[in-house]
Design a protein around this ligand. Structure first.
Ligand code: C2E
Ligand code: CA
Ligand code: CA
Length: 720
């Protein structure tokens, strides 16, 4: 069965929620990733900068150490006392040791002092406060060799002091060399005699620690080989790589990152919290939205009165079936309550509403498994069901509905007699669209309606063409009324005894129909079902009153169809015509058939009574074609009964018919009603009907219906 609460909305909301949740989660992850990435980038950049800065510091430290040795050489070589001591023919080794050799022990600024001659041979030396006994320079390594080789002239010419790095046999050393000379003035020495002072300072852990402290370099160490990317190479004076200085990188960035990690975590938690809050708020919003939408959809798809799905819901359902490409057979049952409008008119809309609710409930109980029932609006319902047995199920449902309505409906203190006109159409949605299926069921229902109501019609193609024909006639009537294509003709009604014309019956004619004249039987019912009868009926009544006004001795009988009679303003409209045409109401008679009277006895009684107070006479038309007895009909106070031509025309051949006619006449006369026999076609009939006691006679034996001019002419002849 159809459930108006659409799961689709709920699943949409769910999807939206999941999407928002995933988006929120993605946002959190991206924010965290972004923060981590930037932190990592900043920290590694900081480390890089720090490393570069430290490398520069290391280079500075190396240069400073070289400079220190250089200064030491200046301080000790450019010194008058030293000149005096070392340029003697015999070196005073005590002086040399006391002055330079013991320095290592005292100040640790250097660890070796050497005096070289002009050939750069070692004349005296002290290394780590021990006498140095080697004569050549092999101990000092390539660094000193290079310095001497490159700057021999400079050295000899007194000007310059040179310092650099070398690898001695004891290790890596800062080394400086300079000519020993007086502070002021030129060196007074024998030709070519030169004394050079060489000072060494070997790298050792203490020196490195001291340097590290000075330059804020952590764990400054020396290695022979490069051990990290950032190690700074140590180059000898001969440009030979003699090792590397290494340190432990400060990891400032990592430190900063670690320091900031607390704040960072807080930021992440805050951002995540805010996003979660956002997800929560939007989820609540989404939920409310989905619920509101689902409610709105439910309202839009539900009939407010019966709480059944409405037309839209049913069409949507069928359309969704056809969109799925379902080749399933579908049946549509279209159901229109007969006479519902009268319930509304007579008892008011509240009773009408109650009736709809009650019938909706009853119908719902009869919907087959898998079927869907909807109220299409007003007094129309539709039921669809699918599957191979759909047509049988639809027919069974329709039959059940008719059985249900066969029993009078009790509504409070009222008993209502209802029926329904039902149409069924079956087909697959691939062969015809859902709206076409509806249209077909509607056509079939319409056929039930116009062929007597309270029945079921199965759609077939012939119905469709009949319907199309009806539709085109409907349009023609509409146009015909506008273009004045209709006429009113009159058929005389003769007094049975005097044989004089006492009245006429107005009969509509359509002589100017472009497609050819149509008899009233062929278009009156169409005018009735389409509502055009109101206009057409008004036209006939007005025209007849105008035409017959001058014939003051003739009464006028006008046919009124049940549809006109249902119009709550009908009596008022008749009164207006009488007033406008100044036609004396006591000359007017309205003819109604028993159909309407039986359908709406209460309303009919009221309307008849009201018309009679206006002085209008009422005739029951076509008596003998229906089922009701004259006894039943007496309650309506008809002035006249018109015996239908199908009965009157039988009197000359059928004794039973003749007996029925004379019985009817007797009762009618007893009730004070005038009896008119219609369809008198021959003399025998005329005589028999007169014998049976009919008061008035009408038929081709006397006259065909004629236009008003003919009637006028006939009257003039008679008068002549
Ligand atoms: P009705 O009210 O029974 O009208 C009498 C019908 O019988 C008329 O047919 C008339 O021409 C025909 N008729 C008269 N004498 C004889 C006869 O001796 N033998 C035979 N076989 N028929 C005879 P018409 O004019 O074709 O009208 C047919 C029906 O259409 C009428 O039946 C009436 O129900 C309806 N109708 C005609 N004019 C109007 C109108 O203005 N308004 C309404 N609501 N219905 C009308
Ligand atoms: Ca009639
Ligand atoms: Ca009749």
């Amino acid at each position: 069965m159809y459930n108006p609460l659409s799961w689709r909305n709920i699943s949409t909301a769910k999807t939206l929620f999941v999407m928002t949740f995933m988006a929120g989660l993605g946002l959190i992850v991206s924010i965290v990733a972004l923060l981590y990435l930037s932190l990592h980038l900043i920290s590694s950049k900081t480390n890089e900068i720090d490393e570069h800065r430290t490398a520069l510091s290391v280079e500075g430290a190396i240069q400073t150490s070289v400079n220190r040795v250089w200064s030491l050489v200046i301080d000790n070589a450019v010194w008058d006392d030293a000149v005096r001591e070392v340029y003697r023919p015999e070196l005073d080794t005590d002086w040399l040791y006391n002055t330079w050799g013991a320095g290592f022990k005292i100040n640790n600024l250097y660890d070796g002092t050497f005096v070289l001659d002009e050939h750069f041979n070692v004349m005296w030396g002290s290394s780590f406060s021990k006498p140095f006994t080697e004569k050549d320079l092999s101990f000092f390594g390539a660094g000193l060799h290079a310095m001497i080789r490159e700057h021999a002239e400079g050295l000899a010419s007194e000007n310059t002091i040179y310092a650099g790095i070398t690898r001695t046999r004891s290790g890596i050393a800062f080394i400086g060399i300079g000519l020993i000379r007086p502070m002021v003035g030129r060196l007074q020495a024998r030709d070519g005699v030169r004394r050079y002072l060489v000072i060494t300072r070997h790298l050792n852990p203490q020196i490195l620690t001291a340097l590290g402290n000075t330059f804020q370099i952590e764990n400054l160490t020396y290695t022979q080989d490069r051990i990290s990317q950032s190690s700074v190479p140590l180059k000898s004076a001969g440009n030979e790589r003699v090792g590397y200085l290494n340190w432990t990188p400060g990891q400032t960035g990592a430190l900063a990152a670690r320091a900031a990690s607390g704040d960072f975590t807080r930021i992440v938690v805050l951002a995540a919290g805010l996003i979660l809050l956002f997800i929560l708020v939007s989820s609540i919003g989404l939920y409310k939205l989905a619920r509101g939408e689902s409610l709105a959809r439910r309202v839009a798809r539900t009939d407010w009165l019966s709480h059944l799905p409405n037309r839209r819901a049913l069409i949507e359902e069928l359309e969704s079936v056809s969109q799925r490409g379902d080749s399933d057979v579908k049946s549509v049952v279209f159901l229109d309550l007969d006479g519902f409008k009268d319930v509304n008119d007579i008892y008011g809309h509240d009773v009408g509403d109650e009736l709809i609710i009650l019938i909706a409930r009853e119908l719902r109980d009869r919907v087959p498994q898998g079927g869907m029932l909807a109220r299409m609006g007003g007094d129309e319902f539709a039921m669809t069901v699918g599957g191979d047995r759909s047509e049988a199920l639809a027919a069974e449902f329709a039959g059940n509905v008719l059985t249900l309505l066969n029993t009078p409906i009790r509504l409070g203190e009222r008993t209502l007699y209802m029926s329904a006109s039902i149409g069924i159409a079956t087909g697959t949605l691939t062969e015809c669209t859902s709206s076409e299926l509806f249209r077909r069921a509607d056509i079939a229902m319409y056929h039930s309606k116009i062929t007597g109501k309270g029945r079921v019609t199965l759609y077939d193609a012939a119905l469709n063409s009949a319907r199309e024909q009806r539709l085109s006639i409907e349009n023609e009537i509409r146009a015909g009324l506008e273009r004045n294509e209709f006429e009113v003709w009159y058929q005389p009604i003769i007094d049975a005894h005097s044989q004089k014309m006492t009245s006429v019956e107005a009969l509509v004619r359509w002589p100017r129909r472009p497609a050819g004249e149509l008899r009233p039987d062929a278009f009156i019912s169409i005018a009735e079902t389409s509502g055009l009868i109101y206009g057409l009926g008004q036209f006939v009544l007005r025209r007849a009153c105008q035409d017959l006004g001058p014939f003051s001795d003739l009464k006028l009988s006008v046919n009124i169809s049940p549809a006109q009679f249902r119009d709550p303003e009908f009596e008022e409209k008749v009164a207006n015509v009488i007033e406008m045409t100044r036609f004396p109401s006591n000359r007017l008679q309205l003819e109604v058939t028993e159909t309407y009277v039986l359908e709406n006895p209460e309303r009919a009684r009221v309307a008849i009574a009201s018309l009679k107070t206006q002085g209008i006479a009422m005739a029951l038309d076509d008596f003998g074609t229906g089922y009701s007895s004259i006894g039943y009909l007496r309650q309506f106070n008809f002035d006249t009964i018109k015996i239908d031509k199908s009965l009157a025309g039988l009197v000359d051949n059928d004794e039973q018919a003749a007996a029925l006619v004379s019985g009817t006449v007797r009762i009618a006369n007893a009730l004070g009603m005038t009896v008119v026999a219609e369809g008198v076609e021959n003399e025998k009939q005329m005589k028999l009907l007169r014998l049976a006691g009919c008061d008035q006679l009408q038929g081709f034996w006397f006259s065909q219906p004629m236009p008003v001019e003919a009637l006028r002419a006939l009257r003039q002849v008679r008068q002549c």
